[in-house]
Structures are given as C-alpha cells and as structure tokens.
Design a protein around this ligand. Structure first.
Ligand code: FES
Length: 149
C-alpha cells in the first residue's frame, strides 16, 4: 500500500522509535537570525516554502538551513538520533514547539548544553515572534568529522 507524500512524510528519513513532535507551523513570514562560524545570517522564513528541504521536521531550524544552503551538521539525517544539530536559541524559544522526551534524551549527548539548547532538526518556530535568534556552537561544527576512526 502506498502512503501519500505530505510535508510531514517528505523527509530524508524517519525514526520509528521517536514520537513525532507536535509543531505548529508559522502562518506568516518571520526572520531567523542564525549565528554560525562567526557570521550572522538573516533569513526570511516564508511559510509557503516549508518544507525547504528534506531533513528534519518541516519548518525546523535544520529545514530552513537546508533551504538557504547553510551547512548545519545533521549526521543522522534529521531524525533525532545524533545531537550534531545542537543549537542554542538565544531569542524566541517560547515560540518554538516543546522538546519531546526523545529530543531531550539526545540533547544530553551534546557538549556544552544550555538551558535554551535544542536540536535543530526538531525545533520548529511558529513564527509568532517576528525575530528568532539561534546560535550554532562553534565546537559543534564538524565534531563528528574530526573524530579519528
Ligand atoms: S540531525 Fe541528528 S539529531 Fe538532529
């Protein structure tokens, strides 16, 4: 039996062991400011473009990064199984979906966790704040790639 392709199912992969987060999508454009690699990227998030890519929850920080060709690490493909997409939400956290227990469990694996830490693949701002500010911790970048095998 074929399953219909929807915004929720048109992702690079799914993780059958986690609960899919309940994440209201934005209904009007908002600005996402992404601080990464010493640069600040100001992104306009257009609800009509969601999902931007195929990784992470539709409308998530990771999804938006894919749409803007910004390389946020996502070793597990955005299915809440690695924590390499760790971000810190500096402003607008209250407008993001609540982290699931599965997300919180994965976050415990991330170095330098903060009170406003989230997984970029699971964190979906609802757009009710006109500006959301997110920081990608420097030590999070390429952490997996630099680990000797
Ligand atoms: S990409 Fe693996 S947990 Fe987000």
């Amino acid at each position: 039996m074929q399953h219909p392709i929807t915004a929720e199912t048109n992702v690079a992969g799914t993780n059958p062991y986690i609960d899919i987060p309940q994440a209201p999508k934005p209904t009007s454009p908002y600005t996402l400011i992404l601080r990464m690699d010493g640069n600040e990227h100001t992104l306009t998030v257009d609800p009509s473009q969601i999902p931007y890519g195929r990784s992470g929850q539709p409308g998530s920080i990771l999804d938006i990064c894919e749409g803007y060709d910004l390389a946020l690490e996502h070793t597990c493909g955005g299915v809440c199984a690695c924590a390499t997409c760790h971000v810190i939400v500096r402003d607008g956290l209250s407008t993001c979906n609540e982290a699931t227990d599965d997300e919180l469990d994965q976050l415990e694996e991330a170095p330098g966790i903060a009170l406003s830490s989230r997984l970029g693949c699971q964190c979906v701002p609802n757009g009710s704040s006109k500006v959301v500010i997110v920081e990608v911790p420097g030590w999070n970048r390429n952490a997996v790639k630099e680990t000797p095998h």
